[in-house]
Write a protein that binds this ligand. Structure first.
Ligand SMILES: N[C@@H](CCC(=O)N[C@@H](CS)C(=O)NCC(=O)O)C(=O)O
Length: 236
């Protein structure tokens, strides 16, 4: 049994999609970020970085004590190893899949995340930051679109690289990007989105605060995400 410590955000959806795809037995433990549930000291044993998602596998690969893992890319690779699915068997394509997964983890996710921060959270967004991250967000979509004009899926066959990117492409409307501008991304987005496991894994609860476009945080919520409460969790 795998515990998914999760949240309804793009990073959380990567893992719920993979669990739905593989059918690995799991239960979903949902966190409320705005309440700071991920900052509680007890969560550190699962993720010392105090972020979501994380998993605890009570029947881990290789046996032994339950295994706790954080970083959604590492979790996807682990679940691919455990299930023997969604990482191509051929070394060339396996490394291609890992390459695009790393691109998502280091580029698409963080850069679109910064664009989102300055557009949606920053009280008085500096024009420089909005433009810098806006341009980078568009550049990354240009890169993705070019790749998807050459192949049906990022590593030629459907893999964890597609599962990692898809929720971030879906979230791009929140930074005012319309995927209709990138036809190959749009076609791939529909192709992947038609999968039952993707629909199931990426279902957003109606009351999910992260699903809204405009984030109006009260001072305590701001402190949890960006201020003293966030820092205190790492220092305590
Ligand atoms: N690189 C990490 C990013 C994790 C991350 O930043 N998760 C967000 C939710 S998508 C989070 O926990 N935010 C809480 C916070 O910033 O306090 C991953 O891919 O797992």
């Amino acid at each position: 049994m795998i515990d998914l410590h999760g949240v309804s955000t793009p990073n959380g959806h990567k893992i719920s999609i993979m669990l739905a795809e593989t059918g690995l037995p799991h239960r979903h433990i949902r966190y409320n970020l705005l309440e700071g549930e991920h900052l509680k000291p007890g969560f550190r044993a699962i993720n010392p970085n105090h972020r979501l998602p994380a998993i605890v596998d009570h029947d881990p690969v290789g046996g032994g004590e339950p295994l706790a893992l954080f970083e959604s890319g590492a979790i996807l690779i682990y679940l691919a190893d455990k299930s023997g699915r969604f990482l191509p068997a051929s070394p060339r394509l396996r490394h291609t899949a890992i390459q695009w997964l790393m691109w998502q983890m280091s580029g698409l996710g963080p850069q679109h995340g910064q664009a989102h921060h300055f557009l949606r959270y920053c009280p008085e967004p500096p024009e420089y930051a909005v433009e810098r991250y806006g341009r980078e967000a568009r550049r990354l979509f240009d890169v993705l679109d070019r790749r998807l004009s050459e192949v049906e899926f990022l590593a030629e066959e459907y893999s964890i690289a597609d599962m990692a990117c898809w929720p971030w492409v879906r979230a791009a409307r929140a930074i005012d990007l319309d995927i209709a501008e990138w036809p190959s991304i749009q076609a791939w987005y529909r192709r992947v989105g038609e999968r039952r496991a993707v629909r199931e894994g990426a279902a957003v609860p109606e009351n999910d605060p992260a699903a809204g476009r405009h984030m109006r945080l009260n001072p305590d919520q701001w402190s949890v995400l960006f201020g003293d409460r966030m820092l205190a969790a790492a220092r305590s």
